[in-house]
Design a protein around this ligand. Sequence first.
Ligand code: ADP
Ligand code: LRH
Length: 493
Amino acid sequence: MTLRLAAVDLGASSGRVMVGDIGEGTLQLTEVHRFWNGPVDIQGTLHWDILHLYRETLVGLTKAAAGGPIDGIGIDSWAVDYGLLDESGRLLSNPIHYRDSRTDGVMDEVLRTVPAEDLYAITGLQQLPFNTIYQLVAEQSLDQAHQLLLIPDLLAYWLTGIPGAEATNASTTQLYDVRTRTWSEDLAHRVGIPTTLLPTLREPGHLIGPLLPELADQTGLTPSGVNGEVAEGLRVPVIAVGSHDTASSVVAVPAAEGENFAYISSGTWSLAGLELPEPVLTEEARQANFTNEGGVDGRTRFLKNVMGLWILQECLRVWGTDDLVALLDEAAETPAFGVLIDPDDPAFLAPGNMPARIDEFCARTGQDKPATRAATVRCVLESLALAYRRTLRSAREIAGREIDVVHVIGGGSQNELLCQLTADACGVPVLAGPVEASALGNVLVQARALGEPLPDLGAMRALVRATHRLRRYAPQGRPADWDAAESRVFGTR
Ligand code: ADP
Ligand code: LRH
């Protein structure tokens, strides 16, 4: 059986529609459409342009249809954000961006009602100021709302008319009980969020429903029949995948069977951690602010959000250039261990003048500011590598696991300097690729739902490994230099 599947993958910096061709031993991904995504500031509130994302999704699906029949559609996106629907199913207002300042101070307010220990014991989630629970406490339109749909579920609803909440993404809301894998109605009550807002949960692989007839007409999407030709009258199913983009990308980590691996899903954010069979809800994990997000097939994504390439994206925007590759080449020639920052400092969360904020961080910490743009880029990359080193070391210690290799997946796996610095800082080899890990994880889970013999994550990963070229970076340099750099930024352990 050969399947042609459309993956709608909405990252925080770009959205794309990819077509995956999957058969026995084959997996090929083709990008058919890519479009801008990012925060839109209207009178001081940061929004997502959800109608632009919907329209571009349809443009992408139309392009996918032009290449032949499509057997399934899966949607994944960044986590935590949502749209609210009224009783008639209409979107109440444009979804707000998680970087908006409406959640400033809300976490502390909630923690006065629900102790941090309780929150962690139930949800296993890291404290991030923009977790859905805090956004909902800050929400203005709650009393008019009938239902909450997370972003990929909102798009799936617009494509099919069927609402629901896919579990991996629901696990990022901090309203999801990681032990029972259901919504925590208790928590919702305690913070004043009506539980009626929370839709029925669905697991990755669940068939959501067929594409609405008018959208099938508009896009020209039709599935293939048994012999691969267009099947008249049938409508393409929309299938729940790991709809949290990071859950989908972890599916596509090309780990070998039995390998002790860590991963860094590297894009706007860097999600650095381990895959575990069960959540780790210990006090040590809570203190270290590790998250236990839900993975495909009931796995736990035990990881931390590191601020990621966002800082660099904002530098480029402020400098008015998109020539990242030239800047990376210059940064590679810049002396090592100049200025260092803590990328997770809250100063770097909101959009703005990142080069100036880096300069301010340096002033605050008694460092000279970077002398050139290339030095700023080098500072960001070395600082990210240091943050990965700290994060993966704590993950290893807290979970009691070995790490023999770090898989770097996502757009940032193309950044050779960052991959090398990561190998150097972590002291283990980095295997870089695939770039489009989320879209791959998306089509793999669809393929299994449609009967492709991919029984488990091991089989999916073996297929990715067999069909994608990976780049290996061996650790170089002196570990003592990284020890010294780490104590400069974070103090001694
Ligand atoms: P997201 O899904 O969060 O939107 P991506 O996985 O698409 O993010 O990764 C985007 C990042 O990938 C960019 O911010 C950039 O730093 C990096 N990137 C993209 N292309 C290249 C390239 N050719 N070389 C190095 N880095 C790249
Ligand atoms: C990465 C990501 C990450 C979340 C953040 C909001 O795209 O989904 O896993 O924490 O966006």
